[in-house]
Design a protein around this ligand. Structure first.
Ligand code: FUB
Length: 312
């Protein structure tokens, strides 16, 4: 059964608000990813469950919401948990869902149960809201597949399929990796490469296309801002274009998704601003407009309390 949140929840508060940021007020949500399917946007988030007195990530499951106007959001039953990956230990970190040939593939960062470090799994479903099941029975990416001094470098997957039907997986922390995926979307199809041209890359890559350009946005520095680079190809070369979004209030991370929907572009991110307990480990998803310049570069995002208007 779906539960209407967003405006409905706000209307129950002592001081009624209409829409606005954060968009979900019933629980803490982080690391947004969004998928447009016809007239509906599906929003996938992590779930920050840290008690108010604990400053650490407590994340065991992912959440799914949908909207037809970017303002009224409906929550769906929990579509995926860490425990759905039998080989994983914990930590439902950032993820992304994409559609291919009528199947929905959910790429998710977790902590591996037996191979030291973070790992990326892939789950599959027949519809965007799931339920999702482990598509491989093993991790797609493990920490021993990449050279790094840190154990949390294999996180934050983002996936695109280019105009020729080639799928690419990008991920990383400190270094941005990428690899081709086979058409089955569950196996690598070539070596793991490193993306160059992304100064001060921290994490959270998100690759999207718009008017013939590829964009790779990412979290930069720490605490994190969002920066971006552009290319005519999913494999680069990438041209760095600067800061896209400033520090997001009260959160040391800044994790974005970018979509076009019903004639407008949207920047979806998180901050730590929902209530007096909000912060880096109790984050909340927000949405503001994204605006392009004529040459394809992107105007700096203006984070707002009011958020966006209903999309028509
Ligand atoms: O939510 C856990 C981690 O924090 C994500 O994987 C990063 O992108 C950062 O938002």
């Amino acid at each position: 059964m779906a539960l209407l949140v967003g405006r409905w929840a706000l209307a129950q508060s002592p001081t009624p608000l209409v829409g606005g940021n954060p968009i979900i007020r019933t629980k803490y949500t982080a690391d947004p990813a969004a998928l447009v399917q016809g007239g509906t946007v599906y929003l996938y988030t992590g779930h920050d469950e840290a008690p108010n007195n604990q400053e650490r990530y407590v994340m065991h499951e992912w959440l799914c919401f949908s909207s037809t106007d970017m303002v009224h959001w409906t929550e769906h039953p929990i579509p995926l948990k860490v425990s759905d990956f039998a080989w994983a230990k914990d930590d439902a970190w950032a993820s992304q869902v994409i559609e291919r040939n009528g199947k929905y593939y959910w790429y998710a960062a977790v902590t591996h149960g037996t191979i030291h470090g973070k790992a990326i799994g892939v789950a599959v479903a027949d519809n965007p809201t799931g339920p999702y099941r482990d598509a491989r029975g093993s991790a797609l990416i493990t920490s021993d597949m990449t050279a790094s001094k840190i154990s949390w470098d294999d996180i934050d997957p983002t996936v695109i399929v280019d105009a020729q039907g080639q799928a690419y997986l990008y991920w990383g922390n400190q270094s941005c990796h990428y690899a081709k995926l086979k058409a089955n979307m569950t196996e690598l199809d070539g070596p793991i490469e490193t993306v160059s041209g992304l100064p001060q890359f921290t994490e959270a890559p998100w690759v999207h296309t718009h008017n013939g350009w590829y964009y790779l946005s990412y979290a930069t520095e720490f605490p994190e801002k969002t920066a971006y680079a552009m290319s005519r190809s999913p494999t680069g070369p990438w041209q760095y274009k600067g800061i896209l979004n400033e520090l997001a209030g009260n959160s040391n991370t800044n994790h974005q998704a970018i979509i076009d929907f019903k004639g407008r572009s949207y920047f979806i991110y998180h901050n730590g601003g929902m209530d007096e307990h909000g912060g880096s480990f109790r984050r909340s998803v927000c949405i503001d407009y994204l605006n392009y310049n004529r040459d394809g570069t992107i105007k700096r995002v203006q984070m707002t309390t009011e958020g966006v208007q209903p999309a028509k």
